[in-house]
Write a protein that binds this ligand. Structure first.
Ligand code: G3P
Length: 218
């Protein structure tokens, strides 16, 4: 499973990229607003830090303007994935840009029917929002299972399932068990993946016992 970080915070991206475990970055207008920096140079900088896909979202909702924005975003760097909303116009942009060889991430997916359309439109990534579905009392992970079942039934679908709106490590683990291709996670959730109290306890005991041996390795 690939790990993307869902942030536009440069310091966080640099920090996670240094682990060697970061495969890409996703941003959205809310995250860009939070970062408080000009959008185009921000995406440029992220693309210089991470070689994997960097999602940059269009702001318009009509086909013509989304196309112009998408083409401009795609020119920033070869690893830009243009992010479009799951609307009829967004999927038309997806089809057009995908046919031209540009990576497209279709966002705001909340149903299997929508994911089916995105695959037919040639999306590189479909972003189902598991956390937001959980938030309204439904089962976000059940949607991932449904999409995986559909995508695995058609060998010609090349769209990767990018699990989005991730809230905690179990979202990632359960999605990985289903074979979901990517999880995009807030930085704190990626860091939570490392944690287990028995690891901390075990390490503390090993450190203490090693001291008692009076030895050094180097
Ligand atoms: O970037 C898309 C998605 O991951 C947003 O998540 O936490 O705003 O529901 P969230």
């Amino acid at each position: 499973m690939k790990f993307f970080v869902d942030t536009a915070d440069i310091a966080e991206i640099r920090d996670l990229a240094a682990t060697g475990l970061l495969d890409g970055v996703t941003t959205n207008p809310s995250l860009v607003m939070k970062a408080g920096k000009p959008f185009i140079p921000l995406i440029e900088e992220i693309c210089s830090i991470v070689s994997g896909p960097v999602s940059a979202e269009v702001a318009a909702t009509d086909f013509d303007t989304m196309m112009k924005e998408g083409l401009k975003l795609a020119k920033i760097a070869p690893n830009v994935a243009v992010k479009v909303p799951l609307t009829p116009a967004g999927l038309k942009v997806c089809k057009t840009l995908s046919d031209q060889g540009t990576m497209v991430n279709v966002t705001l997916c909340f149903s299997a029917a929508q994911a089916l359309l995105a695959a037919k439109a040639g999306a590189s990534f479909i972003s189902p929002f598991v956390g937001r579905l959980d938030d309204i009392g439904t089962d976000g992970l059940a949607l991932i299972a449904e999409i995986m079942q559909i995508y695995e039934s058609y060998a010609d679908f090349e769209t990767e399932v990018l699990v989005a709106s991730v809230r905690h490590p179990m979202h990632i683990v359960e999605a990985a068990k289903m074979g979901a291709h990517v999880a995009t996670c807030p930085p704190n959730v990626i860091r939570q993946l490392y944690n287990h109290p028995l690891t901390d306890k075990g390490l503390a005991a090993f450190i203490e016992d090693w001291k008692k041996t009076g030895q050094t390795i180097l």
